[in-house]
Ligand binder design. Structure first.
Ligand SMILES: [Zn+2]
Length: 292
């Protein structure tokens, strides 16, 4: 599909998205999964600095952070658990809702979280993403939930929103084009990383992120032994069924202020990118493992 959008959260997508029997996302629960103790996940180089600045891009569907090689020219890799081999990290992006709705893709024990991060990997035996996507074992995606405790639950959301817009504008001034600050910030946390989104508000805009940022800032606070594992698909067209999903059960807690930048990204029609998640898909006879 060339032209597609999230207006109906994927209900109108064609082809494999419509006919596939191993589609994602799905609803996950302890009750409907097989409990198992899998080997540990092994992360290589996730806390290493990059060799050069990374590109953060507004794709019109999400914001995408390109994961390159480390300063020692090595890949970021994950293996272990029930993964069939070694998988190389390629890219990470986000799915979200709106100022009044939650937008994670996988449902965990009946709950939809606010935001979901996808760290996309290709199996090392395949040379490119295009090649990997053609194989059932081509990709591995780590899914990480974000919960925003001061969002909606505070009941004072509008005030927070206005405060935030004001703060963003102030920061934007500091980050005016050609300012040295554009390049010198190495985000030490997921919150600081999200602040960079003010630089890519416009469709197809990009910014460079300091090489000292690590993907490990996401994993640092995560309970990495607590996850679901199953076989599924990409959650955007063409929905290829080439993904080994590892969905972490416990969310990261992130404050509203930095997350707010994500709601201000604009798409090709200059509208805010909102609710860019796909609705849950039938499980059919797939086996879902819950790692204990
Ligand atoms: Zn995704």
């Amino acid at each position: 599909m060339i032209h597609w959008n999230h207006d109906q959260n994927g209900r109108d997508w064609e082809g494999l998205c419509k006919t596939g029997k191993s589609q994602s996302p799905i609803e996950l629960s302890k009750r409907s999964s097989e409990h198992k103790r899998l080997p540990n996940l092994n992360f290589q180089n996730y806390f290493e600095h990059f060799g050069k600045p990374s590109v953060l891009k507004n794709t019109g569907y999400s914001c995408s952070f390109k994961i390159g090689k480390t300063r020692f020219s090595e890949n970021l890799e994950v293996s272990g658990a029930d993964l069939k081999g070694t998988y190389i990290a390629e890219e990470l992006h986000f799915h979200w809702g709106s100022m009044v709705s939650k937008g994670a893709e996988h449902i965990i024990n009946g709950r939809r979280y606010d935001v979901e991060i996808h760290v996309v990997h290709r199996r090392s035996i395949y040379n490119t993403m295009q090649e990997a996507i053609l194989h059932p074992d081509g990709l591995a995606v780590l899914a990480i939930m974000i919960r925003i405790p001061d969002y909606r639950e505070s009941g004072n959301y509008t005030d927070a929103r206005h405060r935030d817009i004001h703060r963003n504008l102030t920061t934007l001034g500091d980050l005016a084009p050609h300012s040295h600050k554009r390049f010198l910030i190495a985000p030490p946390s997921i919150e600081e990383f999200l602040r960079l989104l003010i630089r890519i508000r416009e469709y197809h805009s990009t910014t460079l992120v300091h090489p000292a940022v690590t993907v490990g800032i996401i994993l640092k606070k995560l309970e990495i032994h607590n996850f679901y594992s199953y076989h599924g698909s990409l959650t955007t067209p063409d929905c290829q069924e080439s993904v080994h999903w590892i969905v972490f059960r416990e969310p990261l807690i992130v404050k509203l202020n930095p997350i707010f930048n994500i709601f201000l990204l604009r798409n090709v029609d200059r509208k805010n990118v909102l609710n860019n998640f796909r609705v849950s898909q039938p499980i059919y006879n797939r086996k879902i493992i819950y790692n204990i």
